[in-house]
Design a protein around this ligand. Structure first.
Ligand SMILES: Cc1cc2nc3c(=O)[nH]c(=O)nc-3n(C[C@H](O)[C@H](O)[C@H](O)COP(=O)(O)O)c2cc1C
Length: 194
C-alpha cells in the first residue's frame, strides 16, 4: 500500500510537520506500508477559481501547481491527513487544496490525525465530512488521535518522548491501530476496485 502522509499547514514555524514525521516513522514499522510525506508547502497553488466544479468539468483547465498536486495524489492507495486546527476548522490551505480534487480519492481509504490547543478535534470532524464529499472511504477511528500540546511530546525530527510512547492508552498505539486499519481497508478496496 502506498500511503500519502499529508502535511496540512504551511506557515513559517509550523508544528504539524513534526507530527507528520512521527506518523511516517510509525508507518515505516508496519508491514506492507510504503509511506511518503506529501507536504502542502511544496504545492503553493492559487486560490481555487475554476468556472465549474472539478468533477463536473470534462474540459477542465487546471493551474500547473494544482495539477502537480493532483498527479501526486494519484500515486497513492491511501491517505493519512495530519492537520492542526485553525479557528475551529481545518487550515485554509488544506481546504483550498481539497477544492481542486476531482477523482483522486474515490473508493480509497483515508484517515485523519490532528493536534492543537484542543487537540484539533473540531478540525478532524470537519475534515472527515469534507473527505466524504470527495468519495473517500474515511476509516472509522473511534475517538481519533487528537494530541493536545503535541510539541511537548514530539520533537522537530518526529521523535516521541519515551514516556509518551510507553503510554498504552496514548497516541502511539492509537496511530499504529489506525495505520493497520488503513492497510486493511486499502487491501479490501483495492481488490474491489479491480
Ligand atoms: C490562525 C490560527 C488559528 C488557530 N485556531 C485554533 C483553534 O481554533 N483551536 C485550537 O485548538 N488551536 C488553534 N490554533 C493553535 C494551533 O492549533 C497550533 O498553533 C498549531 O501548532 C498550529 O499548527 P501549525 O503549527 O502546523 O501551524 C490556531 C493557530 C493559528 C495559527
Amino acid at each position: 500500500m502506498k500511503l500519502a502522509i499529508i502535511v496540512a499547514t504551511t506557515r513559517v514555524g509550523r508544528k504539524t510537520l513534526q507530527q507528520a514525521k512521527w506518523a511516517a516513522k510509525l508507518a515505516a514499522n508496519v508491514d506492507g506500508i510504503d509511506a511518503e510525506i506529501v507536504d502542502l508547502a511544496d504545492y503553493p497553488m492559487p486560490f481555487f477559481d475554476e468556472p465549474v466544479s472539478p468533477r463536473y468539468n470534462p474540459s477542465r483547465q487546471i493551474d500547473s501547481v494544482a495539477k502537480k498536486w493532483l498527479d501526486k495524489l494519484n500515486e497513492f492507495d491511501a491517505y493519512l491527513f495530519v492537520t492542526a486546527e485553525y479557528n475551529h476548522s481545518i487550515p485554509a490551505v488544506l481546504k483550498n487544496a481539497l477544492d481542486y480534487v476531482d477523482f483522486q480519492f474515490i473508493h480509497k481509504p483515508g484517515a485523519v490525525i490532528s493536534h492543537g490547543s484542543a487537540g484539533g478535534a473540531r478540525a478532524q470532524v470537519h475534515l472527515k465530512q469534507i473527505l466524504s464529499e470527495s468519495k473517500m472511504a474515511v476509516v472509522p477511528s473511534g475517538p481519533g488521535v487528537a494530541i493536545v500540546h503535541m510539541s511537548d511530546i514530539i520533537d522537530e525530527e518526529g521523535n516521541m518522548s519515551a514516556e509518551a510512547a510507553a503510554n498504552p492508552y496514548g497516541p502511539k498505539p492509537a496511530v499504529e491501530d489506525l495505520l493497520n486499519d488503513l492497510k486493511w481497508y486499502s487491501d479490501a478496496l483495492a481488490a474491489a476496485r479491480k
